[in-house]
Design a protein. Structure first.
Length: 67
């Protein structure tokens, strides 16, 4: 890795390393995005559903107690 050979093999190796680093970075970014969307789905949308489901169930009781 430290010794650089001015051959096609060295060039191919360096380009392969660049491609490998790019692919690893791409996978990491996609994993972070997927993890973020998954957390938003589980907690954000799930919490949104409970918030949306709860007011109709509590609204009649609030209306009944108010009247």
């Amino acid at each position: 890795m430290a010794v650089v050979h001015e051959h096609d093999d060295g060039d191919g190796g360096s380009s392969a390393a660049v491609v490998a680093i790019f692919l690893i970075a791409l996978i990491v970014i996609l994993a972070i995005l997927f993890y973020g969307f998954a957390v938003a789905h589980w907690f954000g949308v799930g919490g949104g559903n409970t918030i949306i489901i709860n007011p109709p169930s509590t609204a009649p009781s609030i209306a009944a107690s108010a009247s």
